[in-house]
Design a protein around this ligand. Structure first.
Ligand code: MN
Length: 235
């Protein structure tokens, strides 16, 4: 097949201890998966079935471990929020998985940010419109290096914390997820056929808030390599 345009390079993430890269297929995100965050967004954190939105694979913005990454402040918003999350990377998939089968699809974990144009999201919610412009913009999914399950084991508890300019803004524990990772993957597999290369953002703890040009963000999840970036000037 001869393409009309130059081949489009797939988004790829670094893997700790590997020279090979993880190619991203699709990006799924769980909304309101920590009770305290659901409450801060004005929702009752009852255990309703998880719900999802997506980002395009090319919205994934790989973040270098050395802290040199500058993230571009996006277009069209005056209120861009950080949502720091554990990102799960699948090494296999399927449909109609049960939670035990779903757990075995997890290949690696990374720290990630579900960046959100909160002002545009508020307008969309009010008008009953889709969230794409709020959630799926260019570079809306900064993700650090992946750590394989083979190296770190299953992550089911452990601290998750985001500092903005030296101040802790978000703090929680992975054990506080309303829906566990196997439950999230199992539910998703009833909606989409999951495959190797899929990423799942698993929800954010409380403390979301705005970022400003020049801010430095440091996100830590247990023993995973931290996510470090600076917020660059407006696109
Ligand atoms: Mn989120």
């Amino acid at each position: 097949m001869e393409p009309i345009f130059d081949a489009i390079a797939p988004t790829a993430l670094n893997v700790v201890g590997e020279t090979r890269k993880f190619q991203v297929r699709r990006v799924f995100c769980v909304a309101r998966n920590y009770a305290a965050h659901a409450r801060e967004m004005g929702q009752d954190p009852e255990r309703e079935p998880p719900f999802f939105f997506t980002k395009p694979a090319d919205a994934v913005f790989p973040v270098a471990d050395d802290g040199s990454t500058v993230w571009p402040y996006p277009l069209a918003s005056q209120d861009v929020h950080h949502e720091f999350e554990l990102v799960v990377a699948l090494g296999s998939g399927g449909i109609g998985l049960n939670p035990e089968q779903a757990r075995r699809c997890v290949w690696a974990y990374a720290p990630g940010l579900d960046m959100t144009r909160r002002d545009l999201q508020a307008e969309a919610k009010k008008a009953g419109r889709p969230w794409d412009v709020a959630k799926a913009f260019d570079a809306s999914a900064p993700v650090g290096s992946l750590t394989p399950v083979a190296a770190c084991g299953w992550l089911e508890c452990g601290s998750i914390e985001l500092e903005v300019h030296g101040e802790v803004r978000q703090r929680g524990d992975l054990a506080d997820m309303i829906w566990s990772i196997p439950e999230v993957i199992a539910t998703l597999s009833g909606l989409f056929e999951l495959k190797a290369g899929d990423l799942i953002f698993t929800g954010t703890p409380e403390g979301v808030g705005a970022v400003a040009v020049g801010n430095r963000l440091v996100g830590r999840i247990g023993e995973l390599p931290p996510l470090r970036l600076a917020v660059g000037s407006r696109v």
